[in-house]
Ligand binder design. Sequence first.
Ligand SMILES: Cc1ncc(COP(=O)(O)O)c(C=O)c1O
Length: 291
Amino acid sequence: MTSRRSFFQKSLGAVGALSLSSLASQALAEDISDALVSLNKLAPLAAANDEDLWARMAQAYTVTPNILNLNNGGVSPQPKVVQDAVDLYYHLSNEAPTYYMWQILDKGREPLRRKLADLAGVSNEELAINRNTTEALGTFTWGIDLKRGDEIVMTKQDYPNMIHAWKQREQREGVKINWINLTLPVENDDVVLKAYIDGTTAKTKIWHITHLITWTGQILPAAKLCAEARKRGITTLVDAAHSFAHIDYKISDLNCDYFGTSLHKWLCAPFGTGLMYVRKPLIEKHGPFSQ
Ligand SMILES: Cc1ncc(COP(=O)(O)O)c(C=O)c1O
């Protein structure tokens, strides 16, 4: 239940980051907020069984009753208040693009980055808002300085987009992937740590870590892996597509070097929104795509 609570709390954080335009949306958001307060007062089982409360939560969304959608992970549905804000700003932008987009809406970018930084427990300077996890991890995979023969440790259970990106780098530039194959489910963190350590050699430069594995929901001990990597001078990349705003932690708890997530998954933010984090001392190692 902790994660369910924090999911709604964080959803409301995202909602709050957008300025609400319609009174109806505002009323709906306030109703969810009240429902959340009630939820927090209940024991987990009582909260799970409180159908009235969940019916109020459901009203915040516009999902069809015609399909039982069991995949809310690829992208989650957005609450109505988020949809309304996206529609409003899209239409406003089209009324006078250069004025509304660049002079008005752009002013919301830094406040939003600060809110996301609060949610993530890191500095806003370490965050960039982007389109999704794939873009974040792809930016890291191609943006980190590596030379022929340098090694990356990753698991066969990592996400295909990231596997393909590293394989391309392997084919084009001669870096080497050391594969580890986790037997899931695994409850002992030491087993995961040992697997990464066993896959590591003197040439290993990167540990690629999927925080919450897509296929089974397995949570890897990302903080412990990052601490172990740091001791060895190895850079860590965390694919947090499914952990951010789903399980209760801050990016700062992981002490990782690079981290990417999608805001359109568990945070229920607009489709095509994501977040990337680079630990402060590493930022100056990277140049922008364009000046
Ligand atoms: C572990 C993991 N990483 C990355 C992604 C890709 O997410 P996106 O399409 O939002 O970039 C997914 C998609 O579900 C995933 O499960």
